[in-house]
Design a protein around this ligand. Sequence first.
Ligand SMILES: [Zn+2]
Length: 286
Amino acid sequence: MPLHHDLGDNPSPNDFKIAIQLLISANHILHYHGLVDAFGHVSIRHPENPKLYIIAAYDPGAPALVSSCSDFIEYFVGNSEPAYPPQPKGYSERFIHGEIYQQFPSVQCVVHSHSEAVIPFTIAGQTVKPVFHMAGFLGANGPATFKYPEWDHLPKDMLIRSPELGQRLAATFCTAQHDEPGHSVVLQHKHGFTCIGDGIQQAVYRAIYTQKNCLLLKDAMNMAGGDGSKVDYLTPDEAEGCAKIIGMTQDKSFRLWLREVEVDRLYRNMEGIPDALPVGGIAEGT
Ligand SMILES: [Zn+2]
């Protein structure tokens, strides 16, 4: 069993078990919504040891096929080496995850996607900015874009498969004024995007609504004759207000997404679905 802790013997089995249950389902949800195919991945920081993170192994690897705790590997945040070797082969791009967890202690979940709705915006010179209330988390100026460095010693495969590339991608989440991530999403030129969250619900929400925003923006640009400058984006105040208030309702969408993959026979979650998740919602008078 690649996971070091048996789910039943863990000192706090409920928290750890729920985290693994939700991580399996998050893999399925991201596939159901077209964020990942055979490629792309989601990880969590270990709920009991912040110096570790957990991500699926290369086999079965495809997020839709992940089904049990035995499909995951625990890695050190510091170097993305397996915490409990020997382990089966891992994702080559796990350095995206390790270096983000290393650089930002507040991050608890990372999603990496090759979304076909998002990639065109990374190569067409069109900035992604929020066009509806569900995407305020993008910030009024939109995500930063990571460009693969033109270093002679690097292979030209665009993959983030070394610590130095992971560090460079992670640094793209920073704004000039802060060490903490100023961006929740970073686009990757000719590749896709990566987003972060304070937990699985937030990171999955951001992934899905980054993609939806790009689909809406594409439609709006088409109606505007292809001219992105004619599109009416969220103002800075609107983006901030929407991010704050809509963020309180992420639990609602996540419960729907959990059920969607639970009843779809492609997906198997052998660890089960949590009985009840905390209910959020917009506080009255907010
Ligand atoms: Zn990738």
